[in-house]
Design a protein around this ligand. Structure first.
Ligand SMILES: Cc1cc2nc3c(=O)[nH]c(=O)nc-3n(C[C@H](O)[C@H](O)[C@H](O)COP(=O)(O)OP(=O)(O)OC[C@H]3O[C@@H](n4cnc5c(N)ncnc54)[C@H](O)[C@@H]3O)c2cc1C
Length: 452
């Protein structure tokens, strides 16, 4: 019996998909990267399916690429030649939702926004909200330590993760962490697995922290600026003043134009950046102070709204940004993060780099976190970004590191950023990371070639 036939026999009927066209549809994430050809896809429905797949993969030394919804922007879920794509997207049960303990226990295929909606039925919320929250899975969020719009106040996915159930490369099951708000027994394996991009184990369930949903709708501010730099200055001032925004997002002119071309939002000439900020009801003074700081830093127009409809409309615009840019061409989405005090400098550098390399860059930023997404647009007919785009991206990475920042705030390294890793992590960090990888995955079958 060949290896795939053995896998089919080890799993319940229908779990293994071998049709090359079907397998090919699981092979890409949202990057332009050309995937390898998967051997097959396993559509796991239970933890036991994952265990059986990993035991088989260990026995046959076959690489396994875990996959959630494939919305990743770093190539983490891109197929490797001859791999098994292990889809967790059908493991969608919310097993427990406890307002008393402020936790939820969920399977990895749960869509992020579905968990938030389920929590809100109990007066709670699941805070991490990547812009992709309607399409990404909790497993993918955990594996990339996803951020999002609310993270400026509530932190990233790791800050909402208390424990994990993980299937290791050889099929053993490991429970990390706990249901309690605190705990220091042993090394923090939960923290280690969050952001490990499917290279250490397959997450099959998670204990997640919920928060009380705000009792009143937030106050939302939209401010228009003559330049992205001025908007960046306003962000730095808001942070320095000690305001606690629950959201602080920036969009540059190119992004606003892309949205305007699509949705006709009535973009005025001279508006070269927009800030969207929110303050929750518990800190009403912050809204007025943030509006004042926007004006003090050159905003040409500031609108304050406390109706849920207007708020939803503004946030909806921000969430459209990536899709609007995709209409312009192929996208290289970058994800640098800098200390918040130097956000204005980073914005200026991105504008200079775009001009110097004649590159079309649309920038959005989770500005309150110092996390910028310069999106490089290039010809859709090209298999990968042209040389001027790579050169511009390289300068952006180096500048972020020079300013004390990092290559990736929330998307992960995947395949896309590996070539720059050495600039950020020294040889000792690299050696330790390789050592950790060997402990969990001695045969190197879990998402090899990614993340580290
Ligand atoms: C329109 C758009 C907006 C976005 N906005 C944001 C944003 O605001 N913030 C943000 O952080 N990201 C954002 N992203 C990127 C992406 O949505 C996130 O990285 C998300 O966390 C990926 O989830 P996924 O289910 O699609 O994972 P996938 O893309 O399928 O996988 C991502 C990584 O996780 C690994 N993985 C998946 N599931 C598991 C598992 N169960 N166990 C172990 N490893 C696993 C994969 O191997 C891969 O390395 C955006 C993407 C798009 C397309």
């Amino acid at each position: 019996m060949n290896a795939v036939a053995e896998l089919i026999e080890a799993l319940p009927a229908g779990r293994v998909l071998t049709d090359p066209d079907v397998a090919g549809s699981y092979a890409r994430d949202q990057t332009f990267l050309e995937p390898g050809k998967p051997l097959c896809v396993v559509v796991a429905q239970t933890r036991d399916d994952v265990v059986a797949t990993m035991r088989w993969a260990t026995e046959h030394r076959v690489p396994v690429v875990p996959r959630g919804a494939g919305t990743g922007l770093a190539g983490g879920a891109t197929a490797i030649e001859g791999c098994v794509m292990l889809s967790l997207a059908r493991m969608t049960e919310i097993r427990e939702l406890s307002p008393a303990d402020e936790i939820a226990v969920v399977e990895p295929g749960v869509i992020t926004a579905d968990l938030d909606r389920a929590a809100r039925e109990h007066g709670m919320m699941y805070a991490p909200d990547p812009s992709s929250h309607e399409i990404s899975t909790i497993g993918g969020n955990l594996a990339t330590n996803a951020g999002g719009l609310r993270c400026v106040k509530y932190g990233v996915t790791r800050d909402s993760t208390l424990g994990l159930e993980v299937v290791l490369a050889d099929g053993r099951i490991m429970d990390t962490g706990r249901r309690t708000m605190k705990g220091v027994t042993g090394y923090d394996l939960t923290g280690l697995f969050v952001g490990s991009e499917g290279t250490l184990g397959v997450i099959t369930s998670a204990i997640l922290r919920l928060r009380r949903a705000p009792a009143v709708p937030p106050v939302t501010i939209a401010a228009e600026f003559p330049s992205p730099r001025a908007a960046g200055d306003a962000v730095a001032a808001i942070v320095a003043a000690g305001c606690q925004p629950s959201l602080l997002e920036l969009m540059d002119r190119n992004t606003l134009e892309a949205i305007d071309d699509w949705k006709n939002i009535g973009l005025e000439p001279g508006v070269n950046a927009m800030l969207i900020a929110q303050a929750e009801g518990s800190v009403p003074g912050d809204a007025a102070e943030m509006a004042r700081l926007c004006e003090a830093n050159g905003a040409s127009f500031v609108a304050v709204s406390s109706t849920q409809e207007e708020t939803d409309e503004l946030i909806g615009l921000r969430r459209l940004a990536y899709t609007a840019k995709e209409r312009l061409g192929a996208c290289l989405v970058e994800d640098v993060c800098v200390p918040r005090s130097v956000l204005p400098d980073m914005i200026t550098i991105i504008e200079e780099v775009a001009a110097r390399h004649d590159a079309m860059i649309c920038t959005v930023a989770h500005a309150g976190d110092g996390n910028l997404h310069p999106v490089f647009i290039f010809d859709r007919g090209l298999p990968e970004p042209p040389a001027n785009v790579w050169a511009a991206a390289d300068e952006v990475f180096r500048a972020a590191l020079r300013l004390g920042g990092t290559l990736t705030g929330e998307h992960g390294v995947g395949l896309l950023k590996r070539r720059w890793l050495g600039l950020e992590s020294g040889p000792v960090v690299n050696e330790v990371q390789q050592g950790i990888k060997r402990v969990f995955d001695p045969l190197g079958i879990l998402n090899p070639g990614k993340a580290i």
